[in-house]
Design a protein. Sequence first.
Length: 254
Amino acid sequence: MTLPAHNTKHIRSLKYTHLSQTFHLTQSDDGRSNGTALWLGGQILSLYLAYHLKPTAHKQPRPRAIELGSGVGLTALVLSALGYDVLATDTPHVCNSVLRHNITANRPHLPANAGSIQVRELDWNVESDRWLWNDAMRITPGGDASNNYETSAEDLLGPPFDLIISSDTLYDTSLVEPFFRTVRALAASSLQIKPPMFFLALERRDPQLIDGALASAPVPLMRVPMKKVRKALERGGIEWDTSEWEGVEIWRQV
């Protein structure tokens, strides 16, 4: 049975069932980084996207998604199973401790028609004019530039993106401005016929912080009604009491 993330943080290797898919997620709750453990917002967002987005496995070219703060990789894996080519990004520590491992370990078990997943480091504090789209390890410069991955420069995912997502990333005031600056830059580089979709999941632990953050968003946002989120959970076979997840909000671009 799938449990809320706050009940599983002590489990180092988590067997996680999402719809008909089972993922094996390594996590760490050692206090060094919030990003190395599964969080409730990621669970709720992955269920909602699986409910809301149409499968794209047979669409060519495949739509592209980028996730900011991918953590243990759950939502990136779910999007890949839906047919998206996914660029999963996080800090060097998160990428090296859990994210790359989880993507590599679960990739062989995704559906045959799943999209690709690439993992790259992204520092929101680095201005977008310094971003690198031809480095298989990182988007923002720093560290060893060597490439230990087999992806060639021609196959690396980059803009334009059809979808930008993030969850459990706005929990400190110092993150708000860099985060939305990064979202703004990605959206600007992805303008085609229509702007990319943007979804943000968060927990309202600090109402003042969240209200201020949402007010500073570079695009107009609207909250997804709770009844739609509940329907997504029901479709996913989740039978949690409402009190277990009602603090999570999903916001999307208008």
